[in-house]
Design a protein around this ligand. Structure first.
Ligand code: NA7
Length: 539
């Protein structure tokens, strides 16, 4: 790293990442506070998740009109989403539009993956270096690296010998992938595999889906948004945004409070049926209040979905394999789909159950499980991400006294409010582990974090403070609170990426905060009002 120079620090803030979070952070810090801010982005374009995840069927699972920024009334009134759940190209167009509309590009360096970020106690400042060798110093470092950005390509023996092509859904080639006449093997049945399966099956000669864990999924029931829909939404947009901000999960609809078992089976099923017909996340959030807390209550929802699978999938043996029985509905991130189960009725689709016949190796021409070799020309890894911590730990981040973030988080991530880690002064992690993040409609979580961080930096400026760091005792108490909150739910009943279980050797720690976005926001605001209680601030 460079030696201290008289011009250090060169910048006020470096932001890492130009997705939803990084773009808003730049706008807020540069245009709102007048800070010298620069963004480093690994991709050759802005958009983050929506830049990388170009696989067929990629779309967001939150409704478009709330999966968007609320910071600009003008933007909100101008932009028209085509449908309830738009596809990746439209979301990327939106983020490109935001970058242009707010003149953000001049402070974004593209194609610049950050290799290291070291805190220099002597100046003090953060020293950031990219893989291409750019070096810069800044007073503050803000990570906007996304919770699901570090692609996980499992170590399966033989992949290097495979003569066909393979791709990971989270690193999809911009020019697309041609499936026509191909025999495709798709590994993974999370949200991504579930979105991609029907689309690949529609064009490929043969699609073989390799399933390790069957998944519950609810129909999205996507539809075009009409002019009448937009008139209605725009008339009350501020109110919708407020409801989303006040909501537990960042959605504007009312969450259910009643207990499932207080109703008869018939009453319950009519609630589930109405939500199944409506589609989307409401099935989880607006059915009954104890679905994620009470196993027996959850089983009523889980069994309802299993019955739907049996009714949709014509072959009873395939339906059996598709029915999840090893974890409660919602304990893994619940996908929503467009004709996922229906796709298994197609002649050109095969389901391989890796629990019955585990994956052994990839050969030159196919995928071999314990009892068969499946010839494929192309392999799609829909195998997810090293979630929440992966993108942060793949960089060499060192705090005060050269302490490595990888060491500080050896036993799992430790943060105060998901915003800071003790020993790493002036480093803020947008939607970091220990914050509601992935359990919430992400733009709501992102805007709350960026606003809080900006207010904090502004407060420091007004008060002549230059250094902020989470106090170890406050951090320990928060980590304990995050764990205790999760223990009251069914989230420990599944081997999920929330717990790090999808990455071999990753510590099993529940990473997001389940306490709800509204309560979390109140907590962060209360901390700020109490002179940033739990943080050590210094002149
Ligand atoms: P997920 O939800 O992590 O799903 C990954 C899938 O890949 C899941 O079915 C995994 O099975 C499977 N997987 C992972 N590793 C392997 C190996 N080694 N062998 C076989 N199968 C494997 O990732 P997604 O991309 O679908 O979704 C990520 C998030 O993006 C999503 O939740 C939304 O928030 C958006 P497992 O269940 O672990 O047995």
């Amino acid at each position: 790293m460079t030696q201290a120079s008289t011009s250090d620090p060169q910048l006020d803030v470096v932001v890492i990442g130009a997705g939803f979070a990084g773009l808003y952070a730049l706008y807020k810090l540069r245009d709102g506070l007048g800070l010298r801010t620069r963004v480093f982005e690994a991709g050759d374009g802005v958009g983050g998740t929506w830049y990388w995840n170009r696989y067929p069927g990629a779309r967001c699972d939150s409704e478009s009109y709330i999966y968007s920024y609320s910071f600009s009334r003008e933007l909100e009134q101008e932009w028209l989403w085509s449908s309830k759940y738009p596809e990746q190209p439209e979301i990327l167009r939106y983020l490109d539009h935001v970058a242009d509309r707010f003149d953000l590009r001049r402070d974004i360096v593209l194609g610049a993956r950050v290799r290291s970020a070291h805190y220099d106690d002597a100046v003090p400042c953060w020293r950031i270096e990219t893989e291409r060798g750019e070096r810069v110093s800044a007073r503050f470092l803000v990570t906007a690296v996304g919770c699901l950005s570090a692609a996980n390509v499992p170590q399966i023996p033989g992949l290097d010998r495979f003569e066909g092509r393979w791709v990971h859904t989270g690193q999809w080639p911009a020019e697309g992938v041609d499936f026509a006449e191909k025999r495709v093997g798709l590994i993974g049945t999370g949200s991504t595999g579930i979105q991609a399966t029907p689309r690949i099956a529609a064009v490929a000669r043969q699609l073989t889906v390799f399933q390790r864990t069957p998944n519950y999924t609810i129909p999205a029931r996507n539809r075009a948004l009409t002019a009448a829909d937009w008139d209605e939404i725009k008339a009350i947009y501020p109110e919708i945004r407020q409801r989303a901000r006040d909501g537990r999960a960042g959605f504007p609809f009312t969450l259910a409070g009643e207990r499932a078992l207080d109703f008869s089976e018939e009453e319950r099923n009519s609630v589930y049926e109405a939500l199944w017909q409506e589609g989307g996340f409401k099935f989880l959030y607006a059915s009954f209040g104890d679905i994620l807390r009470d196993k027996a209550a959850n089983e009523t929802a889980s069994e309802f979905v299993r019955q739907k699978i049996r009714a949709i999938v014509k072959d009873p043996e395939i339906a059996r394999r598709l029915c999840p029985t090893d974890h409660p509905y919602g304990s893994k991130r619940p996908p929503i789909d467009s004709d996922y189960f229906q796709t298994y009725n197609r002649e050109n689709v095969t389901l391989v159950d890796l629990r019955e016949s585990p994956l052994v190796e990839i050969t030159a021409t196919g995928i071999r499980t314990q009892d068969a070799e499946h010839p494929v020309d192309l392999i799609v890894f829909a195998t997810g991400f090293d979630a929440m911590t992966g993108s942060l730990l793949r960089m060499d981040v060192r705090g005060s006294d050269g302490r490595r973030l990888a060491d500080a988080w050896e036993a799992g991530p430790k943060t105060y409010l998901g915003l800071q880690t003790a020993g790493f002064p002036n480093l803020f992690t947008i939607t970091g582990p220990g914050s509601p993040s992935v359990l919430v409609n992400m733009p709501v979580a992102i805007e709350q974090h960026v606003d809080w961080i900006a207010d904090c930096i502004a407060h420091m400026g007004r008060s002549g403070l230059t250094r902020i760091e989470a106090r170890p005792d406050a951090q320990d108490a928060w980590v304990e609170h995050v764990n205790a909150a999760a223990r009251e739910t069914l989230f420990y009943e599944a081997k999920s990426w929330y717990l790090g279980c999808n990455i071999p050797g990753k510590p099993e720690v529940f990473m997001p905060y389940v306490g709800g976005q509204a309560a979390y926001r109140d907590r962060c605001d209360a901390v700020a009002r109490a002179d940033y209680a739990g943080f050590a601030l210094r002149p």
